[in-house]
Write a protein that binds this ligand. Structure first.
Ligand SMILES: Nc1ncnc2c1ncn2[C@@H]1O[C@H](COP(=O)(O)OP(=O)(O)O)[C@@H](O)[C@H]1O
Ligand SMILES: [Mg+2]
Length: 340
C-alpha cells in the first residue's frame, strides 16, 4: 500500500460535490452525497492532497483540473454523463486518452458489465449458470419468446440501482410480459431484458484487484419478511426507501451457512466472472443462490457504491479491512490502472 502523499482528483456529478463543512452535516443532509463525502474525507485522512471536480455534460472542467492540478490518480465516482448512465465509460476513456490513472473499472469492462444480456452471453460461454433471457429493443414489436420459463422478471437492459424494478416486474404470462416491457421502454427509455426468475437467497460478492484478486465476504440482502405473496426481490423501494426497509425488516449482513461447497464455488466463480468481463479496480457481483445451493449470476456492478455504509464497504469490513484500508487499496490499484 502506497504511503506517499498523492494529488487525488475526485470526479463526481456536479450536483454531488460535497460543500465545505460536509462532514458536520446531519445524516439527512448528507444522504445524497454520502459516497462523495466519505471518499473525500477518507482520502484527506489518508494524507493526500484532494480536489473535487463536478461534471455534468461538459469535459472542459476536467481538462482544466488535470492541467492545473496534475493528479497522480483520479477517483472516478461519476456514474453518468449528460444524465446518461450508458455514457459512463466515455469519461474513463477520456482519462485514458489524457494518460491520467484512475480508480475503478476500465472502459472495456464497464461496457461489458453494464449490458445484462452481453454479460450473460459471455458467461454462459464460460459455463457459469445464468438465467435464460430475451431482450426487447425499443420501437420493435414485442414478441414473448416461447423458450422462457415463467415466472420471468422484466428489467432495463442497461440501467442499475433497481431503476424500473417493482413487484410488478415479476410476471407470469406473456401478456403481462408485454405490458412490463412497454413500461420499461416508456419510462426507463432503454431496451428491456426478461429473465427466468431465480427463487433463492440474494448474495453480493465484492471483488478487488486487477491481476491478483481479493474476494470479500459474501453479503446477503434479507428479503424474507416481505409480504408472503410479494416476490422476494430488491425493488427500487427495497433498495433505497429507508422507511420501507424498516417496515418490512429488510437488512443485509454476512451470508452465513452457505455451505462449504457453495462458498468455495461462489468465490471461484466471482473471480472467473470478474476476469471474463474484463473488470478491474473493484466490483460487486450479484448472485441468487437457489434451494440446491447453485449460485446463479444476476449481474455485475463495476464501480459499485462506495459509501462507508454500502454493501461493498460492509463486506470489506467483514473481511477484516477498515473503510480507510479499502479506499487506500482502491487508490493504489488506481495508480497502476494504465499499466494493465
Ligand atoms: N433473474 C432474476 N431472478 C430473481 N431475481 C432477480 C432476477 N433479476 C433481478 N432480480 C431481482 O431484482 C434486483 C435488481 O436486479 P438487477 O439485475 O441486480 O438490476 P440492478 O442493476 O437495477 O441492480 C435483484 O437484486 C434481484 O433482487
Ligand atoms: Mg443489482
Amino acid at each position: 500500500m502506497s504511503q506517499r502523499k498523492l494529488r487525488v482528483l475526485i470526479l463526481c456529478h456536479e450536483s454531488l460535490v460535497p460543500p465545505p463543512g460536509h462532514e458536520q452535516m446531519s445524516e439527512a443532509e448528507r444522504e445524497d452525497i454520502r459516497t462523495e463525502s466519505d471518499v473525500l474525507a477518507t482520502c484527506e485522512a489518508l494524507g493526500h492532497e484532494v480536489r473535487v471536480v463536478g461534471l455534468y455534460d461538459e469535459l472542459l472542467p476536467l481538462r482544466r483540473a488535470i492541467d492545473e492540478f496534475q493528479p497522480h490518480v483520479a477517483v472516478n465516482l461519476l456514474e453518468e454523463f449528460q444524465g446518461l448512465t450508458v455514457y459512463d465509460h466515455n469519461v474513463v476513456s477520456y482519462l485514458e486518452l489524457m494518460r491520467v490513472p484512475y480508480t475503478g473499472c476500465n472502459p472495456r469492462g464497464l461496457v461489458l458489465g453494464r449490458d445484462k444480456a452481453v454479460s450473460k452471453k459471455i458467461l454462459s460461454y464460460h459455463r457459469i449458470p445464468v438465467p435464460a433471457f430475451a431482450t426487447f429493443r425499443r420501437g420493435r414489436k414485442i414478441r414473448p419468446p416461447k423458450h422462457l420459463p415463467y415466472p420471468v422478471i422484466v428489467k432495463s437492459l442497461t440501467e442499475d440501482a433497481s431503476v424500473g424494478i417493482a413487484q410488478a416486474s415479476v410476471v407470469h404470462t406473456p401478456d403481462k410480459l408485454i405490458e412490463r416491457v412497454e413500461f420499461i421502454h416508456r419510462n426507463v427509455k432503454t431496451p428491456a431484458i426478461a429473465e427466468q426468475y431465480i427463487d433463492g437467497r440474494e448474495v453480493y460478492v465484492g471483488v478487488l484487484g486487477d491481476r491478483r484478486l481479493t474476494v470479500l465476504t459474501p453479503w446477503e440482502l434479507f428479503l424474507d419478511k416481505l409480504p408472503a405473496d410479494a416476490p422476494k426481490i430488491a425493488t427500487r423501494r427495497a433498495k433505497w426507501d429507508r422507511a420501507y426497509q424498516e417496515r418490512h425488516d429488510i437488512y443485509s449482513g454476512p451470508a452465513l451457512d452457505l455451505g462449504e461447497e457453495t462458498q468455495r464455488v461462489l468465490e471461484r466463480r466471482a473471480k472467473r466472472i470478474y476476469r471474463a468481463l474484463n473488470l478491474s479496480g473493484y466490483a460487486r457481483l450479484d448472485f441468487r443462490i437457489d434451494g440446491k445451493g447453485e449460485a446463479w449470476f444476476l449481474e455485475a456492478n463495476p464501480n459499485p457504491e462506495l459509501a462507508s455504509d454500502a454493501e461493498m464497504a460492509y463486506s470489506a469490513n467483514a473481511s477484516g479491512m477498515t473503510y480507510a484500508q479499502l479506499i487506500a487499496r482502491i487508490l493504489s490499484l488506481g495508480q497502476r490502472s494504465l499499466e494493465l
